[in-house]
Design a protein around this ligand. Structure first.
Ligand SMILES: NC(=O)C1=CN([C@@H]2O[C@H](COP(=O)(O)OP(=O)(O)OC[C@H]3O[C@@H](n4cnc5c(N)ncnc54)[C@H](O)[C@@H]3O)[C@@H](O)[C@H]2O)C=CC1
Ligand SMILES: CC(C)CC(=O)C(=O)O
Ligand SMILES: [Mg+2]
Length: 367
């Protein structure tokens, strides 16, 4: 077997702190895997004048998988858009063809009290949000600023973006979602805004057509406003959710709080061949950066997804997930998931706990 390479792009804010803990887990696993780091986001802009330098993109392309921290900081918000740190993650998704973003929202039993919902609403929660990641209004052209060409405010300054999806883009994400649902509880909810937006009437029509190939999966449709409400009313009514780029971005942050914290929500962004980029669902959290308080578990759980989906190391992935469950069961809590009266530990101490627990886990059974 050839040695696999992980490209490590830690990025900005808490990115380097949380990725450092995931790298300690990689070391502790003693796999036949190498890692290579590169700058991305604001850190790359500072060093090279671009958030996604060619060297970083080339490393991401040649590696078997990418482990990503987060990018962004308020100090870059005045840069022209193409130079802003966020363009790095958007560029990587587009350049690597990472159209399928899997965001599992699992409420670990020990964290039911950390959720902002009543424990009975989230106990046992295990839903999967599948977000289309390379289309929609985040990438649609044209976009820009101009003088409004018509309407009541003709001539006034305006800004505009374009929401669009092609049939193949919807079909391929629908297939990913139906296949995922087939491997779980066979229920898929497609979230749209078909009552208002042509793009999402088309989305709904195409998902309904693809459903014909998956008669064993139950499909229903929700408008995104209702979906946002149902997620906090009865989150366990969902199994798999599939939706567009922007709605998935918003709904997955909402779902994070069902699990206790945004610091618990991992993600995998996959192409059609199994190559992937793995990152926590959260951002660079500049408000807590450099203070050793960020929760590294979403990043460590993203590493587990990397091991499972891109490196074919299911046993190692199971070990990492079992170690995370063990540290939670033994009461380790960063500040974001610590209840009143519970002592909060730092980012690095949480990493210590996971590495120690790893020594006690096996990959034989999924805990
Ligand atoms: N994939 C990426 O690189 C992403 C980058 N961003 C960027 O991150 C920057 C900050 O964006 P925000 O909207 O504040 O979102 P954010 O997700 O960075 O932070 C939102 C809130 O959650 C907290 N938080 C986030 N991760 C945490 C963790 N691991 N442990 C404990 N608390 C955590 C933060 O302290 C903050 O209060 C912006 O520049 C934004 O564009 C945002 C989302 C994704
Ligand atoms: C730059 C943003 C689109 C990143 C984000 O919010 C996300 O991927 O969840
Ligand atoms: Mg987001």
């Amino acid at each position: 077997m050839t040695t696999k390479k992980i490209a490590v792009l830690a990025g900005d804010g808490i990115g380097p702190e949380i990725v450092a803990q995931a790298l300690r887990v990689v070391d502790a696993l003693e796999l036949d895997v190498t890692t290579e780091e590169a700058l991305v986001g604001g850190a790359a802009y500072d060093a090279y004048g671009h958030p996604l330098p060619p060297e970083t993109l080339a490393l991401a392309k040649v590696a078997d998988a990418v482990l990503f921290g987060a990018v962004g900081d308020w100090k870059y918000d005045k840069l022209e858009r193409r130079l802003r740190p966020e363009q790095a993650i958007l560029g990587l998704r587009k350049e690597l063809g990472l159209f399928a973003n899997l965001r599992p929202a699992i409420c670990y039993p020990e964290l039911t009290a950390a959720s902002s919902l009543k424990p009975e609403l989230v106990a046992g929660l295990d839903i999967l949000i599948i977000r289309e990641l390379t289309g929609d209004i985040y990438f649609g052209q044209p976009r820009g600023r101009r003088a409004a060409p018509d309407g009541a405010f003709a001539g006034a300054d305006e800004a505009f973006d374009t929401m669009r999806y092609t049939r193949p883009e919807i079909e391929r994400i629908a297939h990913v979602a139906f296949r995922a649902a087939r491997g779980r509880n066979k229920r898929l909810t497609s979230v749209d805004k078909a009552n208002v937006l042509e793009t999402f009437q088309f989305w709904k029509d195409v998902v309904t057509e693809v459903h014909a190939e998956y008669p064993d999966v139950t499909l229903d449709h929700l408008y995104v406003d209702n979906a946002a409400m149902q997620l906090v009313r009865a989150p366990k009514s969902f199994d798999v959710i599939v939706t567009g780029n922007m709605f998935g971005d918003i709904l997955s942050d909402e779902a994070a709080m069902l699990t206790g914290s945004i610091g618990m929500l991992p993600s995998a962004s996959l192409d059609s061949s199994g190559k992937g980029l793995y990152e926590p669902s959260h951002g660079s959290a500049p408000d807590i950066a450099g203070r050793d308080v960020a929760n590294p578990l979403a990043t460590i759980l993203s590493l587990a997804m990397l091991l499972r989906y891109s490196l074919d190391h299911a046993d190692a992935a199971n070990r990492v997930e079992a170690a995370v469950r063990e540290v939670l069961a033994s009461g380790h809590r960063t500040a974001d998931i610590a209840g009143s009266g519970e002592r909060a530990i730092g980012t690095r101490t949480m990493g210590d706990a996971v590495v120690a627990a790893l020594g006690r886990t096996t990959g034989i059974t999924k805990a």
